[in-house]
Structure formats: C-alpha cells, structure tokens
Design a protein around this ligand. Sequence first.
Ligand code: PGA
Length: 248
Amino acid sequence: MKKFVIANWKMNPNTVKVAKVLFDEVVKGLKDVKKAKVVICPPFVYLPALQDLKSNIRLGAQDCFWEDKGSFTGEISLPMLKSFGCKYVIIGHSERRQFLNETDRMINKKIKAALIKNLRPIFCLGESKKDKDRGKTQTVLKRQLENGLKKISKSDIKKIIFAYEPLWAIGSGKPCSLDEANVIRLFIKKVVTQKYFRSITNEIKILYGGSVNSSNVKNFIQEAGFQGVLVGGVSLKPKEFIKLVKNI
Ligand code: PGA
C-alpha cells in the first residue's frame, strides 16, 4: 500500500511566483516515484496557479469552512476547494487550535462537511508539552478523537486520515521518539476501533507529523508503523523534500 506524504506549506511562500517554482521543482523531482502518494497543501490563494501546472501530485487545502456558501466573511467553502481540484483537506491543525481558537466542535463540523463533499479529511491531533508533562497525553487525544468524530458513520471513518502531531515536536527539530509514537499510534487505533468496531482495524490510516525529515521518515513508517507522514518545514525545501519522499 502506498504511503502518504502530506506537505503542509502553512503560510508560505510569499509570492505565487515562488510557489510555482517550488511546486514545479517537486513535481519534476518526483516524476518517477511510485511508492508514495504525495499531497501538497499550499495556501488557498495558490491553488488555482498550481492546479494549472498539471501533475501527478495531489492538491489539498490547509482548512475549510463547514457551510457551502453565504455570509461568512473570509471563509473558504468545500465546493470552492473542489472546484480547484482539491481532494484532501487538513482539519484541526494545532496552529489553528492554538492561534485561532478552533474547537473540537468546529473541527467535527468541518470533518463531517468534508466527508459529505467527498474530500478526504486529514484530521490532526496532538498534545502540548504541558499536557505531556502532566501525563495527560492519552486523555487529551481521547477527547480530541471522541469530540472530533461525533456522529460520523462507520463507513465514513475509513475515509479519514488521522495525523498524530505532538505540538512540542512541530518545528522543533526534535521529533517524537519511535517507541512513544508507536504507543500513541496504537492508542489512536484502539480508541477509534472501540468506537467503530474491530472490523475496520486494518483500514485506519494514521500518519505522524512533527520534525519529519529525510533521515527519520523511514523509521516512522517502517519501525513505528505509520501509514505516512505530515511534513511542514521540510516541504518548503524542494531538494530535501524530494529526498524525504524517495527515502520512504
Ligand atoms: P514540521 O511541521 O514538519 O515543520 O515540524 C509539521 C506540521 O505542523 O504539520
């Protein structure tokens, strides 16, 4: 089964010109790579320009709104994202939870809306350093999972891509240890299957994110058992990113 590499460009780069160059370089570098499904999630405004550059890289968004249209100033709907060729959408990234007060309830609405519109949600969850130091990691993750997955059917749960991203590992250059990450991966699987029955155990896709680079990517997949990775910083460095995908 192909592994996922999701590139989260966050609020970068500064111009559409640079975005096109970056995208183009990655497309060329990954032309013959078959073992990974690469999804690039640029800022919304670059989607039309990148969609025009036709490639085998899939496009995703970094967020969405749950309503289809109307008076929601500044928001971007799922039909809009679809019209620019997005097949995936990151939902509940910790930076949105932290800086924009995004709640579990909002995240649940976004996940449900994405599923209805046939976009695959990349559902991010993770604990802060403070939660971890207090021994609250599993309590926090369980809460995020149970609230985020409210009223989602068993058939839809298989379409969600879970991304475990401990906040303290994001952008820190210090990824989670493999043992720890594996324990959490199994915990997420347990919580999800307890809620949605054992029959889907092997269909749950869980990715790791937080300081992933070309040297450690293989370990997260082969040793810690993840079905892919979510990459921030390195996704903005084309050579390093291409190497990362090839090293899977
Ligand atoms: P990082 O970011 O790879 O720069 O740690 C990951 C993320 O926030 O998705």
